[in-house]
Design a protein around this ligand. Structure first.
Ligand SMILES: Cc1cc2nc3c(=O)[nH]c(=O)nc-3n(C[C@H](O)[C@H](O)[C@H](O)COP(=O)(O)OP(=O)(O)OC[C@H]3O[C@@H](n4cnc5c(N)ncnc54)[C@H](O)[C@@H]3O)c2cc1C
Length: 416
């Protein structure tokens, strides 16, 4: 292994490979290497978007990003402005990866394969003679730069930190980033799992485990405006899952860690108003059916029966006519505003991203250079940036990687 490089990138994930390609593109004269502690680079990319990779989102802007304290950090904007989504997609197209837009501004590879994204990055790194040194974990960095790795000591003129976060450890993660950076004066925020399932207290989810509905989930709060998201919701043995749940999970995770047990409201029929639903339920009460069948065609049958048991005292073989006005109101509430008490979120293994990371105050958002250690840059999830579900995290990885690479090249040209 060569022991001297102009630029060393720690982490062979989305941000690391993109940063290496960008550095090579702008400064082919600099020799760049990627260190990857796993046997293969980019394992997490393969799992993205359920194997399809939601590669970017048209609407990427600071409103879709949050720091550990739950606020939208202006920090993301310079990178997103310097490398907006159309530029990133054009870059991928140049590399041979074409994309298509789906609902809500989400972009996917034209061939619907996450593996194509990884192949594109990996093959171009190889074509540009950028070594990806696998099974090589960076253990420590000293300014200048000297890196101690699991394969020995390396020297570099500049370093980009692209070692990602702690989420989904089975796909390769970075447990040690805070300890590695502490000797350089870098601080890390509290970290917690995000974009994951929410655990709830009530028996309902377990009773209808596996049932899905297209609806909305609202996170109610006394001290802040409610947050609502819509889409497919799945009941699980311990709570709820699905895209709208993932979207709210970061905030639920943050509040539960502060000791709260926030309330979630599920609307299982958002297309129908409560008044319309009451009228429909009243009409069904007049039909010659048993209660067990009276919600058929409106809700999943098992879900409907569990809700009838939850809200009425009648047996399911009683006639629909047994429903009282009070029953109808309770049923309408159970369908349109089912209350669940969040008790936390699923752990790191099922989380898509890490909320929290390296403290943003220690980096200049216009260059992504460390304010503590010149020549050190950071990109991607290792920073205290967590994006919404929908391609926002990869957008941040690509844009921040390109900006960090440009800045590292400028630094090397100045100091060489
Ligand atoms: C199941 C799943 C699905 C997802 N789907 C999407 C999606 O569709 N769209 C989206 O936008 N986002 C998605 N994400 C999130 C997205 O994958 C991440 O935000 C993104 O990969 C972060 O890129 P990164 O390069 O910063 O980190 P990573 O991709 O995690 O890469 C970091 C790399 O650094 C390596 N590393 C860590 N420490 C060291 C060290 N000390 N030395 C050497 N190497 C090290 C790791 O092994 C890893 O390979 C998903 C995540 C998961 C887990």
């Amino acid at each position: 292994m060569n022991t001297h490089y102009d630029l060393v990138i720690i982490g062979g994930g989305a941000a690391g490979m993109m940063a290496a390609l960008q550095a090579k593109r702008t400064a082919p004269e600099f020799n760049t290497a990627i260190l990857e502690k796993e046997p293969r680079p980019g394992r997490k990319l393969l799992a993205t978007g359920n194997g399809r990779c939601n590669i970017a989102n048209r609407y990427a802007a600071k409103e879709h990003y949050f720091n550990a304290a739950g606020r939208c950090p202006a920090f993301v904007q310079p990178a997103l402005n310097a490398y907006p989504v159309p530029v990133i997609l054009a870059r991928f197209a140049e590399l041979g990866l074409l994309t298509k837009e789906e609902d809500d501004g989400k972009y996917y590879p034209l061939g619907d394969q996450a593996a194509a994204v990884l192949d594109t990055l990996r093959l171009h790194c190889a074509a540009c003679d950028i070594p990806i040194i696998t099974e090589c974990a960076a253990d420590s960095i000293t300014p200048g730069f000297t890196l101690d790795t699991s394969q020995g000591r390396l020297h570099a003129g500049a370093v980009i930190l692209a070692m990602g976060g702690v989420a989904s450890p089975q796909l390769g993660t970075s447990e040690g980033f805070a300890g590695m950076l502490r000797p350089l004066g870098h601080r890390a925020t509290d970290i917690y799992p995000a974009l994951t399932q929410i655990k709830t207290a009530e028996p309902l989810p377990k009773a209808v485990q596996g049932v899905k509905f297209k609806g909305s989930v609202t996170l109610a709060a006394d001290d802040a405006p409610p947050m609502t998201d819509s889409g497919e919701v799945l009941f699980t043995a311990t709570g709820i899952s699905g895209p709208p749940v993932f979207q709210l999970s970061r905030e639920v995770s943050r509040r539960c860690r502060a000791g709260a047990q926030p309330t979630l409201l599920l609307d299982m029929l958002p297309r129908i108003s409560r008044t319309e639903l009451l009228a429909e339920l009243a009409r069904r009460r007049t039909l010659p059916f048993a209660l067990a069948d009276c919600l058929s065609g409106l809700l999943n049958k098992r879900l409907g029966q569990v809700l009838l048991r939850q809200t009425t005292p009648h047996k399911l073989d009683a006639p629909a006519a047994a429903l009282t006005d009070g029953d109808l109101h309770r049923l309408a509430d159970a369908i349109k505003a089912q209350r669940l008490t969040a008790q936390g979120v699923a752990g790191w293994r099922s989380a898509q991203v890490m909320a929290g990371g390296l403290e943003l105050k220690d980096f200049d958002s216009h260059t992504l250079q460390s304010r503590r250690c010149p020549g050190l840059f950071a990109a991607g999830e290792v920073l205290d940036i967590c994006g919404d579900c929908g391609g926002y995290n990869l957008t941040w990885a690509w844009s921040s990687a390109c900006l960090a690479a440009d800045s590292a090249v400028r630094f090397l040209r100045r100091t060489r």
